[in-house]
Ligand binder design. Structure first.
Ligand code: DLL
Length: 433
């Protein structure tokens, strides 16, 4: 039986959802107009006043907000509440430039934790579960968000944070953890380590995993499910909007329901900024309609996916987004061809490899080169050169047909590629160094 944290909202009719969104959007636009000069100026530049926004039908009139706006306005320029009303900040891992600092009132924390509670219950969680949270705690939103959600559901929460893999496994086994929350790459590593320690799927008490914060393929899901004997659910979110729980998978494991009472989603063409119809792939844009401190109007996420309103077997009515296949800024352009790391992952996993790989892009003699280093699994490990060459050729052919360009494949020994405890770094683009 499907379980819901807030059934009446999660399964509301389209009309009810639209009514909530209309009302909240109008209120939110008035809030940012009154309290954030940065938004007011952007609206004025488009000749808009709050009176022009009377329902979600007017959303398209509003200006977009980009990562650059967040950097320009750092740290307080987009804050919509006095600091004395704020109770927390979180921040992105930001590898380039200034970090994004997001502010939360207590209302914003509650809203965020409720979204995470919805995700945990959609993964079958109840107050009888033991939920181990192996996302990082601290400025990163993964640990704090799911910790709050787990409390709201009433699970016994184990806040291990990331790292110290053998201790993670000890807690899972000794305290009978039933739900594991971490990045998919860390879940794969935990699975690998459990296997080495001699634990098969039947020995592991886990029943579900809630994995997100990075792009991962369907093939990787199958692998993790098999190794640990669990159902693996995807969860999506970003610091700017609160953190994990903006959307989450249900028992159907077929796209992530976006919490539409809090976030309005649009898909746009990243080049023309035109809003695309349902089903078309493009850049995901969000408007947070119920946040107080850090509202975000038409925020361009750079994540690439599509939306569907097709009926879902779980009973939830909120729109679903497909697994993001990566970010526009993760997309590699190699010899003029667009390549997403997730496409490479799909080929590797289909040929029986685990998700332990590194992609190195370089430019040699004015030509881009794509080098994929892939670990052999312990079962396929051999020093027979002929066998290795055959495998490399098969992978190279697979990549050619998926990507349309040639890649150099190097098979390396098991365990020679560093494992990740958080978001995995799969790509080294030497052209940018
Ligand atoms: O990664 C929040 C989060 C924590 C989500 C734990 C899920 C679980 P940021 O560090 O701000 O926040 O990074 C946000 O990560 O724009 C996507 O590019 C990527 N991302 C997040 N979830 C997924 C996912 C957290 N399920 C950025 N699939 C987003 C693919 C994801 N990419």
């Amino acid at each position: 039986m499907e379980k819901y944290y807030q059934e009446s909202i999660e399964c509301a009719s389209r009309e009810e959802i639209k009514a909530i969104q209309d009302e909240r959007l109008v209120k939110q636009i008035r809030h940012v107009w009154d309290n954030v000069p940065y938004y007011r100026k952007k609206m004025e530049e488009k000749g808009l006043t709050p009176e022009d926004i009377r329902s979600t039908d007017d959303l398209h009139k509003l200006p977009f907000l980009s990562k650059k706006d967040l950097r320009d306005a750092y740290p307080y320029g987009l804050l919509a509440e006095p600091l004395e009303n704020c109770v927390r900040i979180q921040s992105t891992s930001g590898t380039t430039g200034k970090r994004v600092v997001a502010f939360y009132t207590q209302h914003d924390i509650d809203l965020w934790e409720e979204c995470c509670a919805r995700a945990i219950m959609a993964a079958g969680g109840t107050n009888e579960d033991v939920c181990q949270i192996s996302y990082g705690y601290g400025l990163f939103t993964g640990g704090p968000g799911l910790n709050g959600g787990s409390h709201k559901v009433g699970c016994l929460t184990i806040p291990t944070s990331s790292g110290n893999t053998d201790r993670q496994i000890m807690f899972i086994m000794d305290l009978n953890a039933t739900i594991l929350c971490c990045t998919p790459s860390y879940a794969a590593y935990l699975g690998e380590r459990m296997k080495e320690m001699g634990y098969g799927p039947d020995d592991i008490p886990l029943k579900a995993g809630i994995f997100g914060a990075e792009a991962w393929s369907e093939e990787m899901r199958q692998d993790i499910q098999k190794t640990m004997g669990i159902k693996a659910y995807d969860i999506y979110g970003l610091t700017e909007l609160s953190g994990p729980g903006v959307s989450f998978e249900c028992s159907a494991q077929d796209g992530m329901h976006i919490n539409e009472d809090h976030f309005i989603a649009e898909i746009i063409d990243p080049d023309t900024e035109e809003v695309l119809p349902e089903g078309k792939e493009g850049e995901l844009v969000f408007t947070a309609i119920d946040k107080e401190a850090f509202p975000m109007i038409r925020y361009r996420t750079r994540d690439i996916c599509s939306l569907t309103r097709e009926k879902c077997s779980c009973g939830r009515t909120h729109v679903r987004m497909t697994k993001p296949k990566g970010r526009t800024d993760d997309m590699l352009i190699i010899r003029g061809v667009n390549v997403f790391p997730s496409q490479i992952e799909t080929v590797l996993l289909n040929q029986g490899y685990a998700a332990n790989y590194q992609i190195v892009v370089d430019r040699v003699n004015n030509t881009d080169s794509l080098d994929v280093q892939v670990e052999m699994t312990p079962e396929m490990f051999t020093d027979n050169i002929g066998e290795i060459e055959d495998r490399q050729r098969a992978l190279s052919d697979g990549l050619k047909s998926m990507l349309g360009i040639k890649a150099k494949v190097s098979l390396v020994a098991p365990k020679s590629i560093a494992r990740s405890e958080g978001k995995a770094v799969r790509v080294i683009d030497k052209r940018k160094i």
